[in-house]
Design a protein around this ligand. Structure first.
Ligand SMILES: [Zn+2]
Ligand SMILES: [Zn+2]
Length: 259
């Protein structure tokens, strides 16, 4: 499978895009988070998506679902499956596609031929989504949020979603001996620790010890995303001081990985 980084930042400017990734294998396409799926993909690419995994109900991870649904509706694309834990699906129904903030695209153009459909994942239960095997693991954020473990042809990818220090995810990953690579969040610099703790995010000084919870931390490449544009330089500098043998790489828009 192939991983494309569409957006990998914790904020937006003309040079930064909020979280959005696309996995492709065997002609199927699965997006992980929707912070940039219209700002970063062509209409053709938008229409090629089979499903979107949404890690939690924060705007920077789902905002482009609005414009994605609108574009797909006009292009008669097949229904897009929006997949997440119940708490996130509830937020989307009640606060986003609620007929006020944005139309309810489960009924447009008609209930029989909707633009979007919802699928609820049960925690830690493997589910087939767009040809991939997906598992949601709860993490530690300010609202209910999950990480995803995605198994496809060629490997297993873990996506942390937004989280501060957490436990269960690492236990699950330590039981996943064929984990190929991990997308891990890092948001604030060390001097913003209070804000990071209050908002359920990592700084380099919490990330360093956190990564040691993964038994294979010296082998599994750690692809870092969700740095706040304001603090990009200082976070990058502080990350170079993590010397625990992990293979850290700060993601950039357009990066591609083959698993
Ligand atoms: Zn969040
Ligand atoms: Zn976020």
């Amino acid at each position: 499978m192939n991983l494309t980084v569409v957006g990998c930042h914790g904020g937006e400017t003309p040079k930064h895009r909020t979280s959005g990734f696309v996995l492709r294998a065997g002609g199927r396409a699965l997006a992980i988070d929707a912070g940039c799926l219209t700002s970063g993909l062509t209409l053709k690419e938008q229409c090629s998506l089979d499903a979107v995994l949404v890690s939690h109900g924060h705007m920077d991870h789902l905002k482009d679902l609005a414009t994605l649904a609108d574009n797909r509706c006009q292009n008669n694309c097949p229904p897009l499956e929006i997949v997440s834990i119940k708490q996130t699906i509830d937020i989307l129904k009640k606060h986003f596609f609620n007929g006020l903030l944005w139309p309810d695209f489960t009924k447009i153009p008609s209930a029989r031929h909707p633009t979007i459909t919802y699928r609820t994942l049960r925690k830690e239960q493997t589910t087939e989504v767009a040809g991939f095997e997906v598992k949601a693991i709860m993490v530690s954020h300010t609202i209910d949020a999950c990480a995803f473990v995605v198994r496809g042809k060629g490997g297993v990818l873990a996506y942390s979603g937004d989280t501060g220090p957490t436990e269960r995810l690492w236990e699950v990953l330590n039981d996943t001996p064929d984990l190929s690579l991990m997308l891990m969040e890092i948001s604030f610099p060390n001097e913003q620790q209070k804000l990071a703790t209050a908002s359920g995010h990592h700084t380099p000084q919490t990330l360093g010890p956190e990564l040691l919870k993964l038994d294979r931390h010296r082998e599994v490449p750690m692809l870092l995303y969700h740095i706040k544009p304001t603090f990009e330089r200082v976070v990058s500098r502080e990350l170079t001081k993590i010397k625990n043998g992990t293979d850290l790489q700060i993601l950039r828009i357009g990066d591609e990985f083959k698993l």
